[in-house]
Design a protein around this ligand. Structure first.
Ligand code: ADP
Ligand code: ZN
Length: 740
């Protein structure tokens, strides 16, 4: 592929080839490098290049991108140091990176960085060595019982790590070394493990007529072998997973790879077991809990095509699949798909983009689709595949409001009498209850009864949350923490501090008092040391080893607890109290619906209870009546009227600085420089919803534009003319912000 690059006409470097390279840093263009004689490079391959005083990893691009500026003095051109030993990126990955950079306004180098998320692919692979038996060798000169045992085990001819052979034969590795020295064992490289291959025909699932129709619709989307988006819209327990597995099976039959995206991949042991039951082999996992070498291995296996089905978090989108033919975005409404770090992107939407670039179908699945997705399904842009009822025939749980104004809990308690009665009855029936409160820790606020001081974070606009089990006060935004103080830090009055409001730890305390015989599990991310403990806990709940589960939102996602009969929402109003964010209603509806939907998924009849001060609120009404449509109508009408997404486009610009005045002044100045436009509104600056995080004051501008406007072009023109930001001032651009 050498001819692809323009030859360089100079005296000094006559005939040298140039290659455009995107460096994995915050720059938005390619740089030309000289390809040294004898080095073969091709678009998509990784190279090491000198950049300033440093050496950087970059990707050879297939064209020049960005401002070339004035022609570079050929004498200053630098030479590619080396080509890295990793599979080159497929062309589609280059186009995907360009698309995201253009859409999110992130520098191309930053989106390219996401494509090489597994640094370990560049590290030279050290082959692991093991030992195997040498056939026909003479008996070792000195035979001991330990040597005898080791040789007997090795007799099967397998390749084992020395330590593994030693352990299996209960001897030291010294014994194994001795057998190598005597020529009875030989050291050989252990071959790389290949991922097991899922078999689309491993198990045949019997479907209900409704499920069957959905399976047909999704299969025909796969057979269409073209870009399409389907919304698989079905209540909790309707069998969405079983149904989309058939689309995966069809994709495998057609010889393509499939990607299943899940929001909480680390917690999905249950999902993996179901996958294995259907396909006879586990999928390849991709998430942040993988070690560096594991990431490197998975990255390569997607490039070679050895990985047939990957189940992953949002970053799995950027793996270099050689032949991807389907993406499923499960729980597509989940806020976890929005990345708000470095490159701000919505992974659900980028999955759709990836499908369109690769000309294959995308399936979005949810029991509570995002408003944007609903509108797309209604207008026919997405196919709407509906699963109306639960597979088991069970109905959705009846949800009863508990009006806290009428039946409040006792003083200092958080569970109202009707909820306590419901749990008591559930326990008497030998079934499980779940209490949900989306708040970690013991109490969200610590107050001084004497001077009224509220203990807050010195670096954020947030109270410190008491974590009693750990004896600490914590900031949930920056991680700041102090030991629980014995007296008020302000007035020093001893014994005057009181914990206000409940967190899950406090609910657990009340449950222990009220139900002393109950077996209780408290699921909160900060109380569970690791994945293994989490898995064991979930399995114990599944198996019926727990009577009362208490948890934060980590219990809301995807779990299937067959014995769970009663769900109690401790504070239904929590999400609605959060400011003026128009998404608060949608988010609260989704969360409450998902949590109450955990009840009665098998044949037990489920009941839900929501403690609330405002049972007449439209979100509560929708949850109680189970009438999603009326709620959606109202929400969609609001969005349309306010020209909010998906009827209009929103962009958030946030200016952050250590000094409050500076942040505000800079934000105002940026607002003043906005190009005039009749159709585009620039709102603010106003203090961002979390005004201070980690000691940085944040002011926000919201740009509101009609759908048909190229808002990126408008922003590019605007931002290009800004004076450079000085000192610690930072500007972030968030296209399609999650909160608005
Ligand atoms: P959803 O993803 O819509 O919440 P699931 O796919 O988790 O629903 O299905 C709920 C339960 O019903 C699971 O235990 C699943 O195994 C079972 N189920 C769904 N459809 C079938 C089917 N056709 N045959 C057997 N079991 C099914
Ligand atoms: Zn803080």
């Amino acid at each position: 592929m050498q001819g692809l690059f323009e030859p360089l006409e100079t005296e000094t470097r006559e005939g040298a080839q140039l290659a455009p390279v995107v460096l994995a840093v915050a720059l938005d263009q390619t740089y030309d490098y000289i390809v040294p004689a004898g080095l073969e490079v091709e678009p998509g391959c990784f190279v090491l290049v000198p950049f300033g005083p440093q050496s950087r990893i970059g990707v050879v691009w297939d064209k020049s991108v960005g401002e070339p500026g004035k022609p570079v003095d050929p004498k200053k051109l630098k030479v590619i140091t080396a080509r890295l030993d990793a599979p080159p990126l497929p062309e589609i990955s280059l186009r995907f990176a360009e698309w995201i950079a253009k859409y999110t306004l992130a520098p191309l180098g930053m989106t390219v960085r996401m494509l090489m998320s597994a640094r370990a692919v560049f590290e030279p692979q050290k082959p692991r060595f093991g030992v195997t038996i040498v056939g026909g060798a003479a008996e070792p000169p000195r035979m001991t019982p330990a040597r005898q045992r080791a040789l007997e085990i090795a007799a099967d001819g397998a390749i084992r790590a020395k330590a593994a052979l030693a352990a299996a034969s209960s001897c030291s590795t010294g014994v194994v070394d001795g057998l190598v020295a005597s020529g009875n064992l030989v050291e050989v490289a252990i071959p790389e493990k290949r991922p097991p291959v899922p078999d689309p025909c491993h198990r045949v699932t019997e479907f209900s007529p409704e499920q069957d129709a959905a399976v047909h619709a999704l299969r025909s989307a796969v057979d269409g072998a073209n870009f399409s988006v389907s919304l698989l819209d079905g209540v909790t327990g309707s069998g969405k997973t079983e149904v989309y597995f058939e689309a995966v099976a069809r994709t495998l039959e057609r010889g393509h790879q499939a990607l299943i995206m899940l929001p909480e991949i680390a917690l999905t042991d249950q999902f993996m077991r179901r996958f294995e039951a259907r396909f006879g082999a586990p999928p390849v996992e991709w998430h942040s809990a993988l070690s560096g070498p594991e990431r490197g291995r998975v990255w390569k296996q997607t490039a070679t095509g050895e990985a047939r089905v990957v189940v992953g978090a949002r970053s799995a989108l950027f793996l270099p699949f050689s032949d991807l033919g389907l993406i499923i975005v499960d729980e597509e409404h989940d806020a976890g798909y929005k990345q708000d770090d470095r490159v701000h992107y919505q992974a659900r939407d980028m999955a759709v983009v990836r499908g369109s670039l690769g000309a294959f179908p995308v399936i979005l699945a949810s029991a509570t689709p995002a408003i944007e997705t609903h509108v797309n399904a209604r207008t026919g842009r997405y196919r709407h595949v509906v699963l109306p009822g639960r597979f088991s025939g069970a109905s959705l749980p009846d949800v009863t409001p508990i009006d806290l104004r009428v039946t409040p809990p006792d003083k200092g308690k958080w569970l109202a009498p009707p909820l306590v009665d419901a749990i008591t009855k559930t326990m008497a029936d030998g079934q499980q209850s779940l209490l949900f409160l989306n708040r970690r820790g013991y109490a969200p606020l610590t107050l001084c009864r004497s001077c009224g001081h509220r203990i807050d974070c010195p670096q954020c606009t947030a109270w410190l949350v008491e974590h009693r089990f750990r004896g600490k006060l914590h900031c949930h935004h920056c991680g700041f923490s102090i030991p629980l103080p014995e007296k008020c830090p302000k007035c020093a009055e001893p014994g005057s501090l009181v914990a206000c409001g409940p967190g899950v730890e406090r609910v657990a305390e009340e449950v222990a008092e009220r139900f002393p015989g109950a077996r209780v599990a408290l699921l909160s991310s900060d109380l569970i040391p690791g994945l293994t403990e989490m898995r064991d806990m979930i399995r114990n709940i599944e198996a019926g080893g727990i009577d009362i589960v208490i948890g934060t939102q980590m219990v809301a996602k995807g779990h299937h607890f067959p014995n769970l009969a009663t769900v109690g929402i401790v504070d239904g109003d929590l999400g609605l109290a959060q400011g003026a964010d128009p998404r608060a209603g949608e988010r609260t509806f989704q969360l409450l619906h998902q949590v109450t939907g955990r009840a009665g998924r098998a044949l037990t009849e489920g009941r839900g209870y929501v403690q609330t001060h405002m049972p007449e609120h439209p979100v509560m009404q929708a949850i109680i009546s189970g009438d999603r449509e009326a709620f959606l109508e109202a929400e969609i009408a609001n969005r349309r009227k306010g020209l909010l997404p998906p009827y209009g486009r929103l962009v958030a610009l946030v200016v952050a600085a250590r000094d409050k005045e500076t942040a505000q002044l800079v934000a105002r100045d940026i607002a003043h420089r906005a190009p005039r436009s009749e159709k585009i509104e620039v709102l603010g600056p106003a203090e961002a919803p979390l005004a201070v995080i980690r000691g940085r004051h944040r002011w926000r501008l919201l740009v509101k534009a009609p759908r048909e406007i190229d808002v990126q072009a408008y922003l590019r023109a605007w931002l290009a003319d800004l004076p450079p930001l000085k000192g610690d001032i930072k500007l972030t651009v968030d296209i399609d912000p999650y909160s608005f």
